[in-house]
Design a protein around this ligand. Structure first.
Ligand code: NAI
Ligand SMILES: CC(C)CCC[C@@H](C)[C@H]1CC[C@H]2[C@@H]3[C@H](O)CC4=CC(=O)CC[C@]4(C)[C@H]3CC[C@]12C
Length: 392
């Protein structure tokens, strides 16, 4: 591993005394956070991994000095959340429903992403947990439906947005709850300290959508067909660096509460600014995939028609089947509107520097995609093998 800028850890306080809770710890980002915490947080005594679906890979983590406690639970059930939060020093609230395809009922997205977050906040207040890091998203900000570019913006960039889609709306609402909760008195009378991290499009080992593009291209003889103008920049950030930002933010919230409390931070690293497809090609190219066309093969109005047709079909077929094509008016807008960040707020506020440089991020993701070629028989329920599974 090429580690750049890992700060020295302070071991002067006598060792392992902290209890962390990671919600959504068995998801794509959550697994990166769990593994990195075990590697990089020397003060950790117990790591509680809370998820609706627990991964079997968790079992292998208990051989080290940290007690890893899997907790099967639902963030929408306040009693599950209170039980998990009680006695934790820090909560990393990562659990959420990611859906921009109309797969999940908007009411369910609201319940999990917004009410679930409210439950986490109330559990902190009720049980006396003082530090909360929330995983928000660039989607809390935009892009907006007018296609205004957010070009290398930062946390202070003014950007007009009215959320019409359930997922981005839920992330914006949940983020607001987290930020407003900063300073609330928790049990024992001390103030709650919160902050919110906003990743752009995350990639890395375990990124299912990247794997889907890879497999789709394999079915067309190794070709992808360009749909998005290469001039549209889409922000991407490596999962390991997003995880590192979570680890650092959680570690520093205590000592830098005045600076960090109630703040939002975009997640960034040195991944290049490119279009969504050109970025994917940085990963898929070394896996033998090629992209056809230097410009989009279809004009925009045809893409828009296709996306609209998909939305119409989704509505028409709804009583019979949930039709969720990748391409719909919202994902078209997301992929054709420039949205990139350029900021050093996290560096200034809590000393964040990417822990993996770009070449490392790329190579790790490429190796992971290549390893899927050797993937044995499918796992039950259509699950993919996990990042650390043996033999991969
Ligand atoms: N994937 C991406 O590109 C980005 C993701 N995010 C945010 O990062 C977080 C993690 O996303 P991913 O790891 O990509 O998604 P994921 O779907 O892989 O992980 C989410 C995890 O939350 C769990 N979960 C869902 N509902 C739950 C519930 N009711 N109770 C307990 N656990 C529940 C799931 O079982 C899953 O393990 C989400 O909050 C998402 O909004 C933000 C920006 C970009
Ligand atoms: C068919 C086209 C060639 C490409 C379609 C690509 C889309 C599926 C993806 C384009 C942009 C992605 C989203 C973006 O990276 C921001 C996101 C943030 C999140 O918090 C969750 C994931 C996502 C919505 C991400 C999802 C896939 C895209 C829409």
């Amino acid at each position: 591993m090429h580690v750049c800028g890992t700060p020295q850890l302070d071991m002067t306080d006598g060792g392992r005394d902290l209890v962390y809770l990671v919600t959504g710890g068995c998801g794509f980002l959550g697994e990166h956070v769990v593994r990195l915490l075990l590697e990089q947080e020397p003060r950790l005594r117990e790591l509680r991994v809370f998820d609706l679906h627990l991964g079997s890979w968790l079992e292998a983590l208990n051989s080290g000095p940290v007690q890893v406690t899997p907790i099967q639970g639902d963030v929408t059930r306040s009693e599950d959340v209170v039980a998990a939060v009680a006695g934790a020093d820090v909560v990393l609230h990562i659990a959420g429903l990611v859906d921009v395809w109309g797969l999940v009922d908007p009411e369910v997205i609201y319940r999990v992403n917004v009410k679930g977050t409210q439950n986490v906040i109330e559990a902190c207040v009720q049980t006396g947990t003082r530090f909360l890091v929330y995983t928000s998203s660039m989607e809390a900000v935009g892009p907006n439906s007018k296609g205004h570019p957010f070009y290398r913006g930062n946390e202070d960039t003014h950007y007009e947005v009215v959320h019409t889609q359930p997922y981005p709306r839920s992330k914006a609402q949940a983020e607001r709850l987290v930020i407003e909760a900063n300073g609330r008195k928790v049990r024992g009378g001390l103030p709650l300290v919160t902050c919110s991290l906003r990743p752009t499009g995350i990639y890395g080992e375990g990124h299912q959508l990247m794997l889907d593009f890879y497999r789709g291209a394999q079915r067309t003889g190794g070709w992808l067909f360009r749909a998005i103008p290469p001039s549209v920049e889409h922000g991407r950030v490596y999962a390991g660096n997003v995880a590192w930002m979570h680890v650092l933010a959680a570690r520093e919230l205590g000592s830098r509460a005045t600076t960090m409390g109630g703040q939002v931070y975009f997640c960034y690293d040195n991944s290049p600014y490119k279009s969504y497809e050109d970025f994917n090609m940085e990963i898929l190219g070394p896996c033998g995939i090629r992209i056809l066309g230097t410009r989009p093969l279809l004009p925009y109005f045809l893409l828009f028609l296709l996306a609209t047709l998909n939305a119409f079909l989704q509505w028409l077929l709804r009583p019979l089947v949930v039709y969720t094509p990748l391409f719909n008016p919202y994902t078209l807008a997301l992929s054709t509107t420039t949205f990139t960040v350029q900021t050093d707020k996290a560096q200034k506020h809590f000393g964040y520097q990417p822990i993996y440089d770009w070449e490392d991020c790329r190579d790790r993701t490429v190796s992971w995609i290549k390893s899927r070629k050797r993937c044995p028989a499918p796992l039950p329920h259509g699950q993919e093998p996990k990042v650390g599974d043996p033999g991969l």
